[in-house]
Write a protein that binds this ligand. Sequence first.
Ligand code: NAP
Length: 338
Amino acid sequence: MKAYVLNKVGGADVLKISDVGSAPVGPNKVRVQVQTIGLNYAEIQSRKGLYGWAPKRPYIPGMEAYGKIETLGEGVSQLQVGTPVIVVGQFGCYTEEVVVPVSQILPAFENFSPAENAAFAVQFMTAWVALFEVCRIRETDRVLIQAAAGGVGTAAVLLAKALGCEVFGTASKDAKLDLIRQLGADHPINYQTHDFVEFIREKTGGQGVDVILEVVGGEVFRKSMEVLNPFGRLAVIGFASLNLNKLNPFSWWKTWQDIPRVKIDAMATASQVVGASHLGYLLKDTERMMRIWGDLSSYTLQHGLKPIVGHEFKFEEMAEAHRLMESRNSQGKIVVHI
Ligand SMILES: NC(=O)c1ccc[n+]([C@@H]2O[C@H](COP(=O)([O-])OP(=O)(O)OC[C@H]3O[C@@H](n4cnc5c(N)ncnc54)[C@H](OP(=O)(O)O)[C@@H]3O)[C@@H](O)[C@H]2O)c1
């Protein structure tokens, strides 16, 4: 079978297709014939050697995919061959077939296309945990979503608007603002050309927002804290702007400076809550994940939500798909079809 095996870290050119043997299907595992792969920013970071959750090389990257069950391992009675499913994990999905434990299999949505099924799990679960579990979002909240036109960002805008919140969404290019508006956000902002702190103060009559989803880090994190209201909650779930060059000491210092940090005394004075979450821990905690999946799936069906698939590539074009995500020009989710 064909797969992308990461042998060395580097630019998108290190992504090359190899022929690899099929893994055996052990007890409580299944083999899934992959149809569509969903891309995630963590895969850019792990390709560069900057992702702490990546396994030791060589390994097959890829956190999620949609496909059909092809083989059941011993002891698997709750699933059937041919059933369409979503696979989630930390790695292993850039391939024609993947063998995973049953705990990494989620039911596919009947009303979603293959691309939408491959686009849903990681980014919607991440956005859901940040907004509903960490920030305990309520319908009366004013919400700020950073990088709102991205995969997690579009999911977060859809989830917050379905609740009835007033939503501010940032992006680095005017071309992305239309999408943020189409998703229902009330206030799209280009945070490269406008000071989002001033913009929010103006729109809120000098106040700020109650909930912030922060994925960028550096100056964007520091300024986000300036617009977080008393009793406001901010969830840090990523630092997309951090770009460590291990050979350049200036880059070490810049990276260290741009990692989000808070002072508890300042938070106490301002009465603010800052939290963080990582999907990796959810994937290790099946009970918690299934509870969250249940809540998220019901909410998604109840509100008729679907992930925004912005770009579709062929399997041979994985490097191009990575380059697009790194370029900051992507909108919504990038998927790759086998
Ligand atoms: N904690 C978790 O478990 C978890 C899970 C999934 C994702 N995440 C994080 O959530 C964030 C979004 O992930 P995603 O997969 O949905 O990707 P994405 O949002 O589709 O793509 C990344 C976006 O980050 C923004 N960005 C800001 N500064 C950047 C920079 N210097 N270089 C590149 N991009 C930059 C860009 O949007 P603009 O140019 O419009 O700013 C870009 O489009 C990432 O930080 C990721 O690590 C965390």
